[in-house]
Design a protein around this ligand. Structure first.
Ligand SMILES: [Zn+2]
Length: 363
């Protein structure tokens, strides 16, 4: 191959998270965010001639800057609390799943305390019933953060582009909340690490089919990290349902530093690519000196989790559009669940980004 061989950072420990099932609209459905995703993506990128790199262990400093310490403590200990609880006899399954949510609707202004039982306490941090915590979840999520941080190190040392095979994904994880199959926000950690390494302004470009409400919320008040997303319209009934609308543009110092480009169900390549190009040009013209790409490939036409209809070629062209910014970039894996096409979609994006040719002249 005559193109740049992109470093692909991965960790075997990311396979250890097994969601087993999700509780979706009251029924247990098969989890789609499975460990086999790691192997199929890795194989496809290897086949394309990219360089596989093992993630290095990093300290918790950046993670603690992005996430609430109580949430981190909960996630790290939840599976053990469940294991020593009565749950084996009570329900016969070992995944932590919230049973109530102590929102203001429940507490009604009373001075609430954290619940003692882990099944009642989980709703303090887990905001949906699809994001179960199992024995390997913390280790895998923490290893995914190491993948993102190792990719940042590589870019910091001069690589123009590095890909982090993060699993579980992260862009739905807020500062103090986990949901949407996400536990720790790998993209937010990468953006913060780039800032800490001296980049003046960083943009997160999120091409996952769903708006990354976690990343959006973490940086909503900040001017130094832009967040732009192209995604299926939450107002059409899609996750994250309550946020991700076009009028959300940032707040305070962050006013204008958030962009949401919602698309209708059934959107195909051309319109989706216009959104991607719009975000890439926005990041470049806003004076950003580094990018984080939240690479979800669940906008693809075969993917079971979204109604967008982007082709593999479309993902390749999206990569080229973002690559045309010529900004150093850390690409972080987010969603993408159709195992037969998953590896090809990721490889198409990464190859396109490495080749970096514009769809049309920059405005
Ligand atoms: Zn998604």
């Amino acid at each position: 191959m005559d193109q740049y061989a992109v470093p692909v950072v991965w960790s075997a420990e990311t396979r250890e998270h097994d969601p087993r099932h999700e509780i979706w609209v009251g029924v247990a459905t098969e989890g789609t965010e499975v460990a086999a995703r790691v192997d199929t993506i890795l194989a496809a990128l290897r086949d394309q001639g990219h360089r596989v790199v093992e993630a290095e262990t990093h300290g918790d400093d950046v993670l603690a800057a992005v996430h609430d310490p109580e949430m981190l403590e909960f996630l790290q200990g939840a599976a053990d609390r469940w294991r020593v609880g009565p749950y084996a006899d009570l329900v016969g399954q070992e995944r932590v799943v919230p049973y109530l949510f102590p929102t203001p609707a429940m507490t009604g202004g009373l001075p609430a305390r954290p619940a003692v039982s882990v099944h009642a306490d989980a709703g303090r941090f887990v905001y949906d019933t699809m994001t179960l915590v199992g024995p390997g979840t913390w280790g895998a999520a923490r290893a995914a953060v190491d993948c993102a941080l190792t990719a940042v190190d590589l870019v910091d040392r001069g690589e123009p582009l590095a890909y982090a095979l993060c699993r579980p994904p992260g862009h739905h994880a807020t500062r103090a909340g986990l949901g949407g199959s996400c536990y720790l926000n790998n993209a937010a950690v990468a953006a913060q690490a780039l800032r800490d390494a001296g980049r003046g302004r960083v943009a997160v470009i999120d091409v996952d089919a769903h708006q990354g409400n976690g990343t959006a919320a973490i940086f909503y008040d900040r001017a130094d990290v832009l967040y732009g997303s192209v995604h299926v319209d939450p107002a059409a009934g899609w996750f994250p349902h309550v946020v991700g609308h076009a009028e959300e543009t940032g707040r305070g110092a962050g006013e204008g530093a958030t962009r949401n480009l919602p698309l209708p169900e059934g959107t195909t390549d051309e319109r989706w690519l216009e959104g991607v190009q719009d975000l890439a040009e926005w990041a470049a013209s806003a004076g950003c000196d580094a990018l984080v790409v939240s690479l979800g490939v669940d906008a693809a036409l075969d993917d079971p989790e979204s109604p967008l209809l982007v082709s593999e070629e479309g993902y390749g062209r999206a990569g080229a559009l973002v690559g045309a910014t010529n900004l150093p970039a850390v690409v972080v894996q987010e969603g993408g669940y159709h195992l037969p096409t998953l590896g090809g979609l990721v490889a198409a994006y990464v190859g396109g980004h490495a080749s970096g040719t514009p769809l049309r002249a920059a405005r």
